[in-house]
Design a protein around this ligand. Structure first.
Ligand SMILES: [Zn+2]
Length: 273
């Protein structure tokens, strides 16, 4: 009997300790950064007043775009009623200007028919990014999806065929047509399209809690929508489809609709496969 009471007391203390645990944050609070948070199970989370999806275990993601503001407020309400408030400074970054020439002119200044197709492609991508999976597949970690020289970085101002265009929202890896591309982390393929105007053969993988990665300009698709993939699994090959001046993989990552810097998810580029 005494033993049972003691066991109960230890359990009570242990539970008490879990409830008092402060939320933890891991990752760079910088423009383009992705931060992983963990709070008590059943908590609700907001970032600057906007609801953030939370997994059953209390895992959530905060993403900061290219031009994220200098400060953000995070509020966490535990199911016990305990409220945590945190303010974080977001480190600003400087971005270069990148000039790209030799792109097919109809992809830089499209005709009305091209514009219509681009808008339809865009709507399809926005709609798959709106799906919300509460499973944190990304806990398997991240790796580079292809090995090769980096020919374009996140955030650059872009001048395409002499025309100012939207900033670059991913990382470019230049490698020959046919070089294997693998999934950067565990997830579910939510889009595998053979012919998009700007992005060519295109794959999007949902890693859970609003995080997706995208793989563009491929020469070959090896996956289908709905397919569960694991980190390092081959999903296709590098190509030169869509708006490109040569073969490369454009690798992007977004949290909901905000592009973040995929290079910050992984270490330095390995020197050989
Ligand atoms: Zn690119």
């Amino acid at each position: 009997m005494i033993r049972l009471v003691r066991a109960g007391l230890v359990l009570l203390l242990a539970t008490g300790a879990v409830q008092a645990a402060e939320p933890v944050f891991q990752g760079p609070f910088t423009q383009g950064g992705l931060v992983q948070g963990r709070a008590a199970s059943g908590s609700s989370v907001t970032l600057d007043g906007e609801r953030v999806p939370v997994s059953e275990e209390g895992v959530f993601l905060l993403g900061f775009g290219r031009d994220a503001p200098p400060r953000v407020d995070v509020a966490i309400i535990e199911k016990t009623g305990t409220i945590w408030h945190r303010t974080f400074n977001i480190k600003p970054r400087r971005y270069d200007v990148q000039r790209v020439n030799g792109l097919p002119e109809q992809t830089v200044t499209p005709d009305p028919e091209g514009l219509k197709r681009i808008a339809a492609d865009r709507a399809q991508i926005v709609s798959v990014r709106n799906q919300e999976t509460l499973v944190p597949f990304f806990l398997s970690g991240f790796q580079w999806p292809a090995i090769g020289p980096i020919s374009g970085v996140f955030g650059s101002q872009r001048i395409l065929n002499g025309q100012p265009r939207a900033p670059h929202n991913g990382v470019d890896v230049a490698a020959p047509v046919g070089t294997p591309i693998v999934a950067a982390s565990d997830g579910v393929v939510v889009l595998a399209e053979p012919d998009m105007v700007l992005t060519g053969k295109t794959v999007l993988i949902d890693h859970g809690l609003g995080l997706t990665t995208n793989y563009l300009h491929m020469s070959e698709l090896n996956v289908k929508p709905g397919e569960r993939v694991t980190k390092g699994q081959m999903i296709g090959r590098i190509g030169a489809t869509g708006r490109v001046s040569g073969p490369h993989l454009h690798w992007g990552a977004t949290l909901h609709q905000t592009a973040i810097d995929p290079a910050l998810l992984v270490g330095p580029m390995p020197s050989s496969p």
